[in-house]
Design a protein around this ligand. Structure first.
Ligand SMILES: NC(=O)c1ccc[n+]([C@@H]2O[C@H](COP(=O)([O-])OP(=O)(O)OC[C@H]3O[C@@H](n4cnc5c(N)ncnc54)[C@H](O)[C@@H]3O)[C@@H](O)[C@H]2O)c1
Ligand SMILES: O=C(O)C[C@H](O)C(=O)O
Length: 329
């Protein structure tokens, strides 16, 4: 193997998403089957021992692409030279915690991590925030990294995108491989808006194929938007393997590009497109080319979509204002 390994930093490495993610990264699914990787795992002190156990298992897989594993509880060490950073570790909401408390607790994680990325990561750093509230955590990290181009900070809505693909496939009987141009707009929360109006199902407009606004409003949108809660209810724990899968999809697409004639969804810094306030990290339809996401331009937004996009963006604005009030951005 002559190629220099890509440094991939994963935070929350000892958590359930970490466990589903690390083996796939090490086997080449994140970046490509010919790209060697070095893993840097960041955990809090209580998580270090479990992370060491996972590293032992990674060793035991003898992955040809895995060129080393470092484990630390110091963000300055974990992000040193990082080319890709997956920010998974976050503070979950616990009993009695208000929304402001949750944002503040996560600010205490994502602000120093953003600063460590600013000070120590490689020039080509790409950041994906998975830990919730993902969009606003990404905003906090991005604001703490003024020397890194803002567009390198992204938030994960690919899981929502994949959930929407699957629901549409079930409804229409058309395989997911023949569904394109779906969009998740807004926040990775229950206000998100999965939009089929530009989607194609076996080459035909999805909304016309469905011809059922009631199903969209009463079944499809809530099923996708509340899927995270449904998984927690069923499993007693939040989605892990599907979240790890979406993180793999997000970064693989970012690095290797979207297929011709299709797009995906990602939380990216708004440039004001579609009336989304500039600077918010909101989900958009995006293409990826040459290692860059670009917001798909020129889509007609009907009244049904406009109201739902605006509602989710309003929630993002409220979260932004709350973290601004807390001095986190
Ligand atoms: N965006 C999405 O689509 C999506 C989907 C599923 C889950 N999530 C979110 O991902 C996050 C992780 O989920 P999980 O199931 O792996 O949780 P988990 O509780 O199993 O693991 C989280 C890990 O993060 C670690 N951690 C906490 N603070 C840290 C810090 N400051 N630095 C490094 N590590 C830290 C913890 O020790 C723990 O090992 C949660 O916030 C969850 O809500 C997001
Ligand atoms: O962790 C959660 O609250 C749910 C998660 O974001 C998901 O969409 O599965």
């Amino acid at each position: 193997m002559t190629r220099t390994p890509v440094n991939v930093t994963v935070t929350g490495a000892a958590g359930q998403i970490g466990y589903a993610l690390l083996f796939r990264i090490a086997s080449g699914q994140l970046l490509g089957a010919d790209v060697p990787v070095k893993l840097n795992l960041l955990e809090i002190p209580q998580g270090l021992k479990a992370a060491e156990g996972t590293a032992m298992e990674l060793d035991d897989c003898a992955f040809p692409l895995l060129q080393g594993i470092d484990i630390t509880d110091d963000p300055n060490v974990a992000f040193n030279g990082a080319n890709v950073a997956l920010l998974v570790g976050a503070r979950p909401r616990t009993k009695g915690m208000e929304r402001g408390d949750l944002l503040e607790a996560n600010g205490g994680i994502f602000k120093p991590q953003g600063k460590a990325i600013n000070d120590h990561a490689a020039d080509d750093i790409k950041v994906l925030v998975v830990g919730n509230p993902a969009n606003t955590n990404a905003l906090i990290a991005q604001a703490a990294a003024p020397d890194v181009p803002a567009e390198r900070f992204t938030a994960m809505t690919r899981l929502d995108h994949n959930r929407a693909l699957s629901q549409l496939s079930k409804k229409t009987g058309v395989p997911v491989s023949e569904i394109s141009k779906l969009t998740i707009w807004g926040n990775h929360s229950a206000t998100q808006y999965p939009d089929v109006f530009h989607a194609e199902v076996a080459g035909k407009n999805a909304a016309e194929v469905l011809n059922d606004e009631q199903w969209l409003a009463d079944t499809f949108i809530p099923t996708v938007a509340k899927r995270g809660a449904a998984i927690i209810e069923a499993r007693g724990a939040s989605s892990a393997a599907s979240a790890a899968n979406a993180a793999i999809d997000h970064v693989y697409t970012w690095v290797n590009g979207t297929p011709a004639g299709d797009w995906t969804s990602a939380g990216v810094v708004s440039d004001g497109s579609y009336g989304v306030a500039e600077g918010l990290i909101s989900s958009f339809p995006v293409t990826a080319k040459d290692g860059k996401f670009e917001i798909v331009q020129g889509l007609d937004i009907n009244d049904f979509s406009r109201a739902r996009i605006d509602a989710s963006v309003k929630e993002l604005e409220e979260e932004r204002d709350a973290v601004r009030g807390l001095g986190l951005i």
